[in-house]
Design a protein around this ligand. Structure first.
Ligand code: PXG
Length: 471
């Protein structure tokens, strides 16, 4: 058994864990999982959580440095969200919003979202996930250009190594090569340009020069494909699942310059950056972007119930609603009452406890200080962080960005597992470690987090030098 800080047996125990692992292995197909290696080890069974802490069925307490899957903004165990959901389920557990009907939580949530999102975004189209939000984007931008009398504008430009979900449209818009290979994606009408990943792809350029180069790639693609064929550019403010790719400072200003002279919609995927992650309500606030469409999910409900949406700017809404007839799109659970109630209470907490301001002014600077201090570790090639989302690039030879570990991902996975054993959830992307903790993490928990991260680096360093993987 792994030895974790704060270990104590709980009511579940070893036999219980084994039983759940057995039935899970027999019947449960997990997302993004190699089942052979999972079942060789057995799943970790998470049974409860409070604040920033998970508890597994063996009684281990683990600090959740990933906020679930980048979504648990307000922390686990919020009784008021549970109560709001219970009340809504008792009052009206379900009704649709299709045929000239609405209900109170959907209407109120749409109004609330118009308040907290950028001023020119005043309408919400509800879905159940970030992937569905991007499927909605895919259809809505094409519908928009049809209504504008420009049906040839169909192509959406995305970026390599972007993540926009795992449905057909989400996978296509995203730039994950391994995902594209499964099922012959992307669908036609999607084009990918380079990502602003200086550490990995910057070569001899300075970050500032590289940021310009990566942004100019958008202009070059537009020239090459023809502006009259391009519907939209989609991007995350900071790429999350791609490895917390924080663009150089020059990148977004240059992208804005490129788009200013073009008639192309800007879609800013806020599924990770939205709801306070960067110390602003949205990544669009942080980078001063004016999106035409904004997919949201995750932090919208802090993951308490599944809900997503597309925030629609006045520019697009005026056409889709003003000129259009029926948009043949929607889901049974679009604006599900209980999910809306959870989201409303989640946003109330974010506002009432001034969580986003606190992140910006107090806890994110404190976390950054600790996280960036890890850059002195021999295994770390770069430490980066904005707000409360960051990465550590692990390298075999400090000071040499070009040198990689022989088999990409092996070291990332090893350190990720090491981190779990040290009682801290981090996520591995290639050979980097990713952090995105709940926004309510306290300063003493941050101290704990940074200490566990450093111990993980030390332990990993020892193991890697034993295996002869270091320079
Ligand atoms: N856009 C972005 C920017 C995302 O990060 C989605 C869309 C899709 O959301 P749904 O709700 O359909 O999952 C995401 C989701 C990971 C990981 O391993 C990241 C996501 C989802 C699952 C795993 O980092 N991001």
């Amino acid at each position: 058994q792994p030895c974790l800080a704060g270990t104590s047996m709980n009511q579940y125990g070893h036999n219980f864990t084994k039983t759940i692992q057995r039935i899970d292995a027999a019947h449960h197909m997990h997302p993004f999982t190699d089942h052979k290696s999972l079942n060789a080890e057995g799943s970790r069974v998470i049974v409860s959580a409070e604040g920033c802490w998970l508890t597994d069925s063996d009684g281990n307490r683990i600090l959740d440095g990933m906020a679930g899957l980048w979504c648990m903004q307000v922390g686990y165990g919020r009784q008021s969200i549970t109560d709001a959901v219970a009340k809504q389920l008792a009052e009206l557990p379900y009704y649709n919003t299709f045929f000239k009907t609405t209900h109170v939580p959907a209407a109120r949530l749409a109004e609330k979202l118009a308040e907290v999102t950028p001023a020119h975004m005043n309408r919400a189209f509800f879905v159940n996930s970030g992937s569905e939000a991007n499927d909605t984007v895919f259809r809505m931008v094409r519908y928009y250009w049809d209504l504008m009398g420009k049906p040839d504008k169909k192509i959406i430009i995305g970026r390599n190594n972007a993540y926009h979900g795992s449905t057909v449209a989400g996978t296509s818009l995203g730039g994950m090569g391994a995902m594209h290979k499964q099922g012959d994606l992307p669908v036609p009408g999607v084009h990918h340009i380079m990502q602003p990943y200086w550490f990995g792809e910057g070569g001899d350029l300075s970050p500032a020069e590289f940021g310009i180069k990566a942004a100019r790639a958008l202009d070059e693609a537009i020239e090459q494909l023809g502006e009259d064929r391009i519907a939209a550019f989609i991007a995350e403010p900071i790429q999350g699942a791609g490895g917390v790719i924080i663009p150089p400072e020059t990148y977004w200003p240059e992208i804005k310059k490129v788009l200013a002279k073009r008639d192309i919609l800007l879609v800013v995927d806020e599924v990770i950056c939205g709801f306070g992650r960067l110390g602003t309500w949205f990544g669009s606030d942080y980078y001063d972007l004016k999106p035409d469409l904004m997919p949201i999910a995750k932090g919208l409900s802090s993951g308490y119930l599944p809900i997503g949406g597309v925030m629609v700017s006045d520019r697009v809404a005026d056409v889709v609603i003003g000129k259009g007839g029926e948009f043949y799109h929607g889901f049974t659970y679009s604006g599900h009452p209980a999910a809306c109630a959870a989201a409303l209470e989640n946003i109330r907490i974010l506002q009432e406890e001034a969580i986003v301001d606190k992140v910006r002014d107090e806890t994110a600077p404190y976390l950054q200080e600790g996280w960036l201090s890890l850059a002195d570790h021999p295994l770390v090639g770069e430490a980066r962080m904005v707000g409360m989302v960051g990465a550590l690039e692990l390298v075999p030879e400090k000071g040499n960005r070009a040198r990689k570990f022989p088999s990409v991902g092996e070291v990332g996975t090893l350190t990720r597992d090491m981190s779990f054993r040290n009682g801290l959830v981090m996520r591995a992307v290639r050979d980097s470690l990713i952090l995105s903790p709940p926004l309510v993490i306290s300063k003493s928990e941050i101290d704990e987090l940074v200490a566990r991260a450093r111990k993980t680096l030390d332990d990993s360093h020892a193991e890697l030098s034993k295996r002869g993987l270091l320079a």
